[in-house]
Design a protein around this ligand. Structure first.
Ligand code: ADP
Ligand code: MG
Length: 706
């Protein structure tokens, strides 16, 4: 209970065991079931809903359509029926409009001990049909009298567990503890925000916010209290991240790329295949500013599928070479590394730049050549997979590392890249699909973010259609029509995993029926899946890329990066099995050329609600940012990011999918605070400084997020 050690007020840091009404046994269960160790943990065990005691419904108006109802009733009879182990407690209740039966199968003794005929109760429960009548099973029940004595009409409901309930700590029991706790601690809760921030945002005091989130005086103050406490979660996370970012920038000097030299200018004037979009130009400017600043660049490049991130990467690479540094680009799969290698090579060959590809399947002898030329500096650019990270791969002078498809690489891997030169090379991270803004702001708080929010001109939106498996014949006809127009077609099946024999069978069955329907010599079909050898994959891919085959049957191995502008139709089989960002990524394989493109989502009739939402979202919009927001709503931040660090985003109250505006508000306040008082030394910001330190201590993994 040492203040310096805990960084918390000693009373709030008290072990929960010592709260009146807890004791060692209950403390054990509070710890194991709810992670409540200390007074503060209980204080922040917030209600998950509130019962509005002021709104009751008449019994005659109850129907099964209500998910829950609240009644003000009197009890007319209490009856226990059934055999010993199968007992039921039937309680008849009535109000002025009618009567209803309340039923209990468990805890009968306890209920019986406290309800009495003739007394008035508030009953809360879910109506259900039984034998042609509506009744309530296991409703919450409470004396109406007692209820009246409470301040306000909103009663908190707390998460509890069966085990806690058996120790008397059902929601009601926790509520009682909370009353004891609040009486004891509300005077000692240390301030968190500065006065001026509270005033600016019109927040209730912290003490008020805690009192009202547990025992609201009314709806209005409840909402304000929740708002404030949510804000604090977002404020302190972003404050921690932003301060870290600033200190990293200050700390880590980076190589100075002063020149925009011959290569960049040459390429720009003579070899640029098309006019850059305004968004590409803006992003290049942002990158150039970083590179010319003398600090280490740590930038995230966000852009929708097909927005032209590769070209931005190429231009950034040229800046590196122009300043006498090498560059590397790392991709998550061999196919993608290959594709990048070919694209970049075709862009840069005419400039006499040396570029190599390093993946797991590069032969030993070739590897040696690559290693040597990297070390003696004759190799300018290395493209590859995580094979780049190996210690054997040493650069003469690496100045820039570009990482494609961020969330497949971990933090540790990025750190390995930093070690490849004396100062860390500049890092540009490119995402495969957009990340929701709120996530980018919070999760990647320590990365600068550039956004390409514009597609190259002439792109027509891809027409997306959902079809059930029963329309397959029509879909086949459509495939034929597209091929007759000279176009190419992808047909994608769910991923083949070692254990998923079914997927493999589906793919092979599908492939056979395609080949039967589209026979040689008129039609040629390629196939690529995860069980093939890399050479075989490459061969099949190249057949399709060069237009020798018209149909590519594949698993999601083609998900990212593949670029065949002549492909105009994407068919996704069992599309209900795919996640949103995967579907969007797959769809992005078409619509890259001048012709109208289509995406057909095939599925069975049986669809889960989530699958329905996913497919509807895909049909409705082509906008990757909108899709990522939807994805966040469905899956939550942890799953969207797919990383182990998502624990940092486990807020008690805030919800990144819903609280975007609040994220923004907190961000503005954080930025303003740091502009005025970067090291938090002013006396008015001391409470912020102390609270931040307390939270950082709790979440040491903050430092790993980048
Ligand atoms: P992504 O952002 O998904 O990686 P790519 O870099 O693969 O997108 O670009 C998609 C396609 O758009 C490529 O065929 C590329 O050559 C083309 N492209 C990129 N920038 C432009 C531009 N400014 N104008 C026209 N086409 C472009
Ligand atoms: Mg790409």
């Amino acid at each position: 209970m040492n203040f310096i050690h805990s960084m918390d007020n000693p009373i709030l840091h008290t072990s929960i065991e010592y709260l009146k009404g807890v004791g060692p046994k209950r403390a054990d269960v509070l710890r194991s079931d709810l992670n409540i160790y200390r007074f503060r943990d209980l204080l922040t065990h917030f209600p998950f809903r509130y019962i509005d005691r002021s709104t009751t419904i008449l019994i005659k108006n109850i129907s099964e359509d209500y998910s829950s109802v609240q009644l003000l009733v009197k009890i007319s009879s209490i009856k226990e029926i059934g055999q010993p182990r199968k007992k039921r407690l039937l309680v008849s209740a009535f109000d002025e409009s009618g009567s209803i039966q309340l039923v209990w199968f468990k805890g009968i003794k306890w209920i019986k001990s406290f309800i009495k005929v003739g007394e008035q109760y508030v009953v809360f429960g879910k109506p259900n049909q039984y034998g042609g009548k509506i009744n309530l099973n296991h409703p919450e029940i409470e004396l109406a009298e007692k209820n009246k004595n409470k301040i306000g009409t909103l009663q908190p409901v707390y998460h509890s567990t069966e085990k806690l309930s058996s120790f008397g700590l059902h929601s009601k029991g926790i509520e009682n503890l909370m009353r004891t706790l609040l009486a004891q601690v509300s005077n000692v809760i240390p301030p968190t925000l500065s006065k001026y921030i509270e005033q600016k945002n019109n927040f209730p005091s912290l003490r008020n916010a805690y009192a009202n989130i547990h025992f609201p005086e009314d709806q209005k103050i409840l909402q304000k209290s929740i708002f404030r406490l949510k804000y604090e979660e977002l404020f302190f996370l972003q404050l921690g991240m932003t301060r870290q970012k600033i200190s990293t920038q200050k700390r880590s000097k980076g190589y100075l790329f002063e020149n925009v030299g011959k290569l960049f200018n040459n390429f720009f004037s003579d070899y640029l295949p098309f006019e850059l979009t305004n968004a590409q130009k803006r992003v290049i400017k942002e990158i150039r500013k970083d590179l010319g600043s003398g600090s280490h660049m740590n930038r995230l490049l966000q852009g929708d599928v097909g927005s032209g991130k590769t070209l931005v990467a190429v231009l950034t690479i040229l800046l590196s070479l122009d300043n006498g540094f090498q560059a590397c680009l790392m991709a998550p799969t061999e196919i993608l590394a290959n594709q990048h290698f070919k694209t970049i090579e075709s862009f840069l060959k005419p400039l006499g730049i040396h570029i190599s590809l390093l993946t797991g399947s590069v032969k030993k002898s070739d590897r040696r050549v690559i290693h040597e030329s990297l070390e003696n500096g004759s190799l300018d650019i290395l493209v590859g997979t995580h094979a780049l990270l190996e210690d054997k791969v040493k650069f003469k002078n690496l100045g820039l590392a570009i990482i494609d498809e961020q969330h497949r690489f971990g933090v540790a891997q990025r750190a390995q890249l930093w070690k490849k030169n004396i100062l860390p090379p500049h890092v540009l991270v490119m995402t495969a699909t957009p990340i929701p803004r709120t996530l980018a702001m919070t999760f990647y708080g320590d990365l600068e973010v550039s956004v390409i929010d514009e597609l190259p001109p002439g792109r027509k939106p891809i027409n997306t259609i959902h079809r059930f498996d029963s329309s397959r014949l029509k879909v086949f006809q459509f495939i034929e029509d597209e091929i007759k127009k000279g176009h190419q077609v992808y047909i994608v099946y769910p991923l083949i995993e070692e254990s998923e024999k079914l997927d493999y069978k589906d793919l092979m069955d599908g492939y056979e029926s395609i080949v039967r329907r589209f026979p040689l010599p008129e039609f040629k079909v390629s196939i690529v899946h995860g069980k093939m050898k890399p050479e075989a994959k490459d061969y099949e891919m190249s057949q399709f890329v060069s237009g020798k085959t018209q149909i590519m049957v594949a698993t999601t191995v083609i998900e990212v990066g593949v670029d065949v502008p002549n492909a105009s139709l994407m068919i996704i089989e069992s599309s209900e099995k795919f996640g949103l960002s995967q579907l969007h990524q797959l769809r992005g394989r078409v619509g890259r050329g001048a012709d109208k493109s289509y995406c057909i989502l095939m599925s069975g009739y049986k669809l889960s609600n989530e699958a329905k939402i996913r497919l509807e979202t895909m049909v409705r919009t082509n906008d990757g940012f909108e899709i990522s927001e939807q994805d966040l709503k469905i899956r939550g931040p942890g799953d969207v990011m797919g990383t182990q660090q998502s624990g940092v985003l486990d807020f008690k109250l805030a919800n990144l999918a819903k609280d975007g505006q609040l994220v923004q508000l907190a961000k503005i306040d954080v930025d303003e605070l740091l502009k005025r008082d970067g090291d938090l030394s002013s006396s008015q910001n001391q409470s912020i400084k102390i609270e931040l330190a307390r939270q950082m201590k709790l979440k040491p993994n903050w430092s790993n997020i980048s």
